[in-house]
Design a protein around this ligand. Structure first.
Ligand code: LLP
Length: 402
């Protein structure tokens, strides 16, 4: 049992807490599901990019999937091997492409034909051969929230199958491009195996035709997207998930890459907050806490539900309907809506679960709020891995103010 009361006294709130032993467990469980074939897990840095989290995963053998040169550099600083780093994203700038090539990472994952020509041009200027993969959009509905669905034609990600074929043929002839991977990622927080299975079949059929055209693809990258339990979602069997991919591939000799973000860190993280006040009007009861949408944006942005625990010595068990809201000047600033909870009092602790992925990384300084501190728990011991921001941190870049 994590002693959140003690941690909140020691480090103040709002506070992010990550259980590193749980991250290890998740990493090993997923790696194990893939054990029948050559595989590599490339953690999606965007889920939680704290350097200590990255270093911990690097120690376990993980690679990284990055979407900016900033993430690539973070991964390298944290000790992730360069040949385990992939760089994806629909809008890479020239300088990002150049630096990624110079850093000699495993591959750049291309998302458009125009991007391919830019990468070719930059590789030519550097007199290098760029290792690439192509993100293919299989037009499959992942049955998740529309904001985190990415594998449909209406989404901006990747290229369709016909365009991908043309791109591979071109890249294979280019003196400055070396197509070594094929990639898809259909969305996030997916809780059914069928969309993954369907996508694996479509993309491995494409792989077969590329191999037949003598294009030597070595990596079959299935993206991320494995859903986790926030409330009462059913989650997928990892064994079945991996097995479906293997079956789709048949005897094709490739290394399977997987880019889990949320699965590895989501349920290892907590956002700890303190109650400030309660208030009521004729319609609603509000529990006002010291964390807000700038700390955890998911409820406001996606209507996401995060389970929570109220730590209070209040003996009265009676519950009533309430919203848990933060101090930010937005009606959309809530952490939980229409939930039943006991009466609270000043300084009671509320712990939000499932906050390890897309929690801190999506936080901001809106309303000039310094971002929360982050704590790691390793074998039950707490360690600060990012200090709480100070007001000076926020204003330090406004040098020439008038
Ligand atoms: N690979 C690629 C190319 C991705 O775009 C993503 C996530 C992942 C891997 C990792 O997906 P995961 O395993 O975490 O589902 N902010 C949203 C999630 C956005 C996901 C974006 N891409 C949320 O809070 O739910």
């Amino acid at each position: 049992m994590i002693n959140f009361q003690e941690l909140s006294k020691k480090y103040d709130t709002p506070l992010y807490v990550y259980d590193f032993n749980e991250i290890t467990k998740n990493y090993n469980t997923l790696k194990d599901a893939f054990k029948a074939r050559k595989s590599m897990l490339c953690y999606a840095v965007k889920a939680n990019s704290n350097l200590s989290v990255l270093k911990h995963l690097a120690t376990l053998g993980s690679g990284c999937d990055c979407v900016s040169i900033g993430e690539v550099k973070r991964a390298l600083i944290a000790g992730v091997e360069k040949y385990k780093i992939i760089f994806s994203g629909v809008g890479k700038k020239d300088i990002e492409i150049q630096e990624a090539l110079q850093k000699d990472i495993l591959m750049l994952n291309l998302e458009s034909e125009e991007e391919m020509y830019r990468v070719e041009e930059i590789a030519k200027q550097l007199n290098m051969i760029a290792r690439i993969s192509i993100r293919v959009n299989p037009n499959i509905d992942p049955k998740t929230h529309p904001y985190i669905s990415t594998g449909l034609s209406e989404n901006k990600f990747g290229v369709d199958i016909e365009s991908a074929k043309k791109m591979y043929l071109y890249a294979n002839k280019s003196a400055f491009l070396n197509p070594i991977g094929i990639h898809f990622h259909i969305g996030s927080q997916i809780t059914q195996t069928a969309p993954f299975k369907e996508a694996s079949i479509v993309i491995s059929n494409l792989l077969r035709s590329l191999k037949a055209a003598n294009i030597d693809i070595k990596f079959f990258d299935v993206g991320g997207g494995i859903g986790i339990k926030y409330k009462d979602e059913k989650t997928i069997s990892l064994y079945e998930y991996a097995q479906n991919i293997f079956e789709a591939l048949g005897n094709q000799d490739v290394t399977v890459l997987c880019e889990p973000g949320r699965y590895l860190v989501g349920n290892c993280g907590y956002l700890v907050t303190k109650v400030l006040y309660e208030k009521k009007n004729e319609k609603k009861r509000f529990v006002i806490v010291d964390a807000a949408m700038n700390d955890l944006l998911r409820p406001s942005l996606y209507g996401a539900y995060h389970n929570f625990k109220l730590l209070s010595d209040n003996q009265n068990k009676e519950k009533s309907l309430a919203d848990i809201v933060g101090p930010i000047c937005e009606s959309g600033d809530f952490l939980a809506k229409d939930i039943y909870m006991k009466q609270t009092k000043h300084d009671d602790i509320i712990v939000f679960e499932g906050a390890g992925a897309y929690g801190f990384t999506m936080s901001s300084n809106y309303n000039s709020r310094p971002r929360a501190a982050e704590i790691a728990l390793i074998d039950g011991k707490d360690k600060i891995i990012r200090r709480r921001e100070k007001l000076e941190d926020l204003s330090s870049l406004e040098i020439d103010y008038i």
